[in-house]
Ligand binder design. Sequence first.
Ligand code: MN
Length: 246
Amino acid sequence: MESLSEEVSRHLKKGERLLVLGGDHSLGIGSIHGQAQAQPDVVVVWVDAHADLNTPLTSSSGNMHGMPLSFLIHELAEFLPPTPALEWCKPCLSARDVVYIGLRDVDPAERLFIEQCGITAFSMQEVDKFGIREVVERALAAVDPSGNRPIHLSFDVDAMDPVHAAATGTPVPGGLSLRESFYLAEEIAATGRLAVLDIAEVNPLLGTPSEQKITVSNAIDVTAKFYGSQRKGDVPPDYVIPRPQK
Ligand SMILES: [Mn+2]
C-alpha cells in the first residue's frame, strides 16, 4: 500500500494520469494518499454502495476494504487506534474534499461520521430523487465549486446494480444502472480534470461465468467512458473516411 502511494505520487509528478485496478477497495488508501502527496488540492469522488468509512474500532467485519477513507480524512483521526501496518499513512483529506455517489449500505458509525464531519453524500435515494444529471452536477459543485481542482475518482463496481456487476465481493441490490454509470463517467471525463481513476472490487472468481463476463465487460466499458469514449460515437484522430478510387 505504501509502495502504491509512492508510485502514484511519482507518476503524477511526471505529469501522467493513472488508472489503478483492483483488487479490493483498500487500494484507495495508497492511491489517494499518493495523489495527495503530488496534488494536495485533490478532491475525491467515491462511487460505491458502501461508505468505506469504518475505523478498526467500528468495523464489525474487520475488513480493511471497509475502512480506507477513515485513514485519509483529518476529521476522523481522533477515532483511529494506532494501526502498525499504516503508520506511514497520514490523513491528507478534509471531509469537505470528499463526495459520495451511490451509497445504499452504510453502517451506523459511517452515517454519523458523514453527518458530523459534513461529508457530502448522494445515496441511491438522492439519485432517485434528483436524477443522475443533477447528482453529478451537485457532487462536483460541492467539492470543487470553482472547477479547477484535480479529481480522484474511486469507482467500486458494486456501486452498479448487481444486474450489471455481480462478480464482486459485496453486491447490494438497488444500485446505479449501466446508463447512470456511463453518464457519470462521461461527465467526469468532460471536466478534463480526472487525474487518478480507481476501478475496484472486480472479482472474476465470483459469480457464474455469465456474471463474470458481464461484470468485466461493463467495468471495461465504464472505464473507457472515464477516458473520453462517448456513447454518441468516437472518431480516432487519424481516421479518414475511405473514398472510391477515381
Ligand atoms: Mn463497495
